[in-house]
Design a protein around this ligand. Structure first.
Ligand code: NAD
Ligand code: MG
Length: 389
């Protein structure tokens, strides 16, 4: 057998989510290239069991311990080990049965398993942007120490990564992150004050999990992505620009020292960056829809409205000040989005909660990992108090 045909063994952390499901579709289409070794979910035991029966991993983990027995019973006739709980997620991430982790858990919960995977030398395909927002310096330093590649799945960062192939010796002048603008592009505060979760969940170009859909509606997603870009590509804050591009055809751009700009383009379909990250450095032929220049003639660009979408302004502040501020912001945002999704607070209150929490939690310039965890906890407690959760 030639080296070309070595199968990459994949662990999908967060397999029942939007990214996880699409990753399994990619893997299913390429059985000669990938095998599934680990699948994890938080609470959707039925889908996890269904996926396990189909893809026959070594191990499954269900985060919610109350669901352990249901998963164990359903898989009793299969040769699959079943674990449950938060600690199991971390332990399993350290096991030697796989080569690459697709980090597709949403939020802060993805940090520990990802750190464990890096410390044990696994390659990372990173969808979980919150991991870098919370502790990007620690995560990337650990990746360098362990010679572990961190390959972005987020479409913008995949675009930048693809633009940088072959450019290792050339300095980046700036990166231009494109943003669709979300479902409320062009709207003002007087409109936003009344929007409900159902409106906010309707993204014009992408179908995604609930949390990132709300983040896209508030533009916090783009703020998280600026911070993600800083750590992934080792950039200064002023090298990162956001431009609204409602068609979502240019996924992001890199401008080099000579003024040349490279863009990566394609249809808005997460399967492409997922496949690229799993197969890197190779590209795999597929039949995903192609962009047709004869059909979409107009690509437009505009500045983001920072006065209306204040979450993006807050994220820029966190990006500039650094330290534990992005971690604090992320924690407040996670909790506020959770509350909004349960109709406990209004859309614009999300921003108020984040702003107050960022003012309240004490600033730490160079936090240790433990201090990041403490900052996260403190921010969550404070945000919960404000919202009376
Ligand atoms: P999702 O909500 O659809 O899925 C999240 C997954 O994480 C599920 O499998 C869930 O079981 C698991 N999970 C949730 N909370 C958990 C916890 N506390 N412990 C363990 N597991 C837990 O989310 P998604 O849209 O697939 O997004 C996943 C990540 O990828 C996010 O960080 C998101 O920002 C990023 N991302 C998503 C997209 C997209 O198109 N969906 C695009 C770019 C980046
Ligand atoms: Mg993105």
């Amino acid at each position: 057998m030639s080296i070309e045909h070595v199968i990459k063994r994949i662990a999908i952390f967060g397999s029942t989510g939007s990214i996880g499901i699409q990753a399994l579709e990619v893997i299913q289409s390429n059985p000669d290239k990938f095998s599934v070794e680990i699948l994890t979910a938080f609470s959707n035991d039925e889908l996890l069991v269904q996926q396990a029966k189909k893809f026959k991993p070594n191990i499954v983990v269900i985060g919610d311990e109350k669901k352990y027995k249901a998963v164990q019973d359903a898989l009793s006739s299969e040769d699959i080990k079943v674990f449950a709980g938060e600690n199991a997620l971390e332990e399993v991430a350290g096991m030697d049965c796989y080569d690459l982790m697709l980090a597709a858990i949403v939020g802060f919960a993805g940090l520990k398993p990802t750190l464990k995977a890096i410390s044990t030398g696994k390659a990372i395909a990173l969808a979980n942007k919150e991991t870098l927002v919370v502790a990007g310096d620690i995560v990337m330093n650990m990746a360098v120490e362990n010679r572990v590649p961190v390959i972005p799945v987020d479409s913008e960062h995949s675009a930048i990564f693809q633009c940088l192939v072959g450019e290792t010796r050339n300095r980046i002048e700036k990166v231009i992150l494109t943003a669709s603008g979300g479902p409320f592009l062009g709207r003002k505060t007087n409109y936003l004050v009344n929007v409900k979760r159902e409106h906010a969940l309707q993204h014009p170009n992408w179908r995604m999990g609930a949390k990132i859909s709300i983040d896209s509606a508030t533009l916090m997603n783009k703020g998280l992505e600026m911070i993600e870009a800083k750590f992934l590509f080792n950039l200064d804050p002023d090298q990162i620009q956001v431009v609204i591009h409602p068609q979502s055809i240019i996924h992001s751009m890199v401008q080099f020292e000579d003024g040349s700009i490279k863009a990566q383009m394609g249809m808005p379909d997460m399967k492409l960056p997922i496949q690229y990250a799993l197969a890197f450095p190779k590209r795999i032929a597929n039949d995903f829809p192609r962009y047709n220049f004869r059909k979409v003639h107009t690509l437009t660009f505009e500045d983001p409205d920072l006065r209306t979408f204040r979450n993006l302004a807050l994220a820029m502040d966190a990006l500039n000040k650094g330290g534990n501020l992005p971690c604090v912001m992320n924690a407040a945002n996670e909790l506020a989005v959770f509350a909004f999704l349960r109709n406990r607070i209004g859309f614009l209150e999300i921003t108020d909660v984040i702003e107050k929490t960022m003012e309240k939690v004490s600033f730490i310039e160079e936090p240790t990992l433990e201090e990041y965890f403490d900052s996260d906890g403190e921010a969550r407690n404070y945000a919960a108090d404000i919202m009376k959760l």
